[in-house]
Design a protein around this ligand. Structure first.
Ligand code: GLY
Ligand code: MN
Ligand code: MN
Length: 425
């Protein structure tokens, strides 16, 4: 983490350059979220807050004072009694050294110190709805300090507009974390492929995958794991994972581990009994060819839209070849006939958030994204029986390079013979 903390310092320096001497930025840690009564979900830090601090505790705030170029962390102080119940805290006295802050205070002093930090600045950079308790207070205090001659939009700016472009381009430490998240995610997929048998339950496969993540030290998945047998794979966000896996069905698994808050996001589809049927092979090959063609097209300067259009074109041609669509390619594309079988984008950015920040426009070096074409064939009477209720998505994670991309999820098998050999044991 030391390398990451060093990067956080560099990021805050960049923020100071952006906000200028007149600017001050305030950002809060994510609150703890209650699961029931007095128990909580595992804590997950706010991605922007982590990006700037590397600090993983709740009840914290960061103020970046542009006039002094000072980073001020507010956090929970040491409390031996609470630490017996809830675990160790960094504490105020350790925060400056450990997180390389200029100043640190007890979060209890946040309100008291806030006025002094805001005063003398003309622009506040802030992200609304981060902390229900303190949000309003910051804004109320800020506007009460301003003279009437400033227009609201000039003096309170969305901090995301600075952080999002920064987060889109990954530095070397982030790339290492993403590669590690992907490595662990791939191990989970391999373990599922090796262990699945007809008549197991989807949740048992989920358990195997999560257990494998844990073996490698990833304490959380990056998102809810999808283990979808047969037609459940046609529900894009199927997370119930409650059905029995049937002999002869495909299993579509979308599972990613989180490593130091960075996400892996891999989908693979494989036959529950270890052997692809002719129909499964035929659909799989269309999706695989599309996955590879899109990956081949990824490089700096390419528009995301170009990649998506390529996936639409290849999948539509595949659907024609499979006789699931009929007509001319151009007309079918114009009519968006593929939408019945392919209704999502070909990918998204990946980073601290699994669906990471930033508009999907022109790709730049060291952006990270998923490539995840899929076909979802509904269980409907006009579809030939052998294709009904089959969902196949093949999802890899890539780092954009100048002339090509690095596919860093290659540990997860995706060739048909590779999968069959692995499953045969
Ligand atoms: N796992 C979520 C997604 O692939 O977008
Ligand atoms: Mn994805
Ligand atoms: Mn996914």
């Amino acid at each position: 983490m030391e390398n990451y903390i060093a990067q956080c310092v560099a990021r805050r320096e960049k923020v100071f350059d952006e906000i200028g001497k007149d600017g001050v930025a305030v950002i809060f840690a994510a609150p703890e979220r209650r699961r029931s009564n007095d128990t909580f979900y595992p804590y997950r830090q706010d991605s922007n807050f982590f990006y700037l601090t590397g600090f993983n505790e709740p009840d914290a705030a960061l103020i970046l004072d542009g006039s002094k170029r000072e980073s001020i962390l507010f956090c929970r102080d040491k409390n031996p009694e609470r630490e017996i119940w809830d675990g160790l805290r960094c504490g105020v006295s350790n925060a400056c050294q450990k997180y390389r802050m200029d100043k640190a205070y007890d979060i209890e002093q946040f309100r008291k110190k806030l006025t002094g930090c805001l005063k003398g600045h003309k622009r506040l950079f802030f992200i609304s709805k981060q902390n229900r308790k303190l949000d309003k207070e910051v804004l109320r205090l800020w506007f009460s300090l301003q003279t009437k001659r400033h227009k609201t939009q000039d003096i309170c700016k969305d901090f995301n507009n600075i952080l999002t472009p920064m987060r889109q381009i990954k530095d070397a430490v982030e790339l290492d974390f993403l590669r590690q998240a992907a490595k662990i995610s791939a191990a989970g997929h391999i373990c599922a492929m090796k262990n699945v048998k007809p008549d197991m339950w989807e949740y048992q496969i989920e358990g195997i995958v999560l257990s494998e993540f844990f073996q490698f030290g990833a304490r959380n998945p990056a998102y809810n794991t999808i283990v979808a047998g047969g037609k459940n794979a046609c529900i894009l966000h199927y997370i119930d994972n409650k059905d029995k896996l049937k002999n002869g069905d495909m299993l579509m698994m979308d599972a990613g581990a989180e490593w130091q808050n960075y996400a892996g996001d891999i989908s693979r589809a494989f036959p529950v009994n270890g052997k692809f049927s002719a129909a499964q092979k035929a659909v799989y090959e269309v999706v695989l060819a599309t996955n590879k063609a899109v990956i081949n097209a990824v490089k700096a300067g390419v528009a995301y839209e170009t990649l998506h259009k390529l996936s639409e074109k290849m999948l539509t041609q595949g659907l024609i070849d499979l006789k699931l669509l009929s007509g001319s390619l151009d007309i079918l594309l114009k009519k968006k006939a593929f939408r019945r079988f392919y209704m999502h984008g070909v990918g998204h950015f990946l980073g601290l958030d699994v669906h990471d920040v930033g508009a999907r426009k022109t790709l730049r070096e060291n952006m990270c994204l998923t490539v995840e074409p899929g076909l979802y064939i509904p269980d409907e009477p006009d579809i030939p029986a052998e294709f009904r209720g089959m969902g196949i998505r093949i999802e890899d994670n890539v780092i954009v390079g100048i002339d090509a991309c690095e596919v860093y999820t290659q540990d997860a098998p995706k060739e048909i013979d590779e999968i069959e050999n692995l499953m045969a044991g």
